[in-house]
Design a protein around this ligand. Sequence first.
Ligand code: HEC
Length: 126
Amino acid sequence: MKKSIALLICALGATTAHAAEPNGRALFAIHCAACHGTDGEGDGPVAAAMLITPPNLRTLAARAGTFPAETIAAYIDGRTQRAAHGSRSMPVWGPFLEAGEDESSQAAGRARMAALIEFIRQLQYH
Ligand code: HEC
């Protein structure tokens, strides 16, 4: 119930927002492509120098059976760590993408994360 009210407020905010919609492709290019590659295939310029190869983000849906949007969001913002594999090599993005002091900057942060996830969804091979 609480969640649906929050979603409703979100939706209302989105229709009345003056700021431009965040662009998932641009966010990905700026923050993620260095490692994951422009199209998410794991071939960014930094990848060669890393001990752990950045995974191909285009096979997420195929590997999970369905596109794991929530799992991905939790991994990107750092709510989940790779417990089974010990430490992680990927930076935690939550503080940057989602954090905000007030309600409107938090909403903007959620919109950035949603745009990023939607871009990754569109990258899926199927
Ligand atoms: C410094 C290099 C680097 C950057 C920058 C980076 N990643 Fe990663 N990413 C990795 C590595 C390496 C992994 C493999 C797991 C680990 O070691 O953390 C990974 C794992 C992932 C996973 C889990 C994939 C799977 O197969 O389970 C997702 C989703 C992801 N990254 C998305 C992103 C997004 C979105 C951004 C930008 C906001 C980003 N990454 C920025 C290196 C990076």
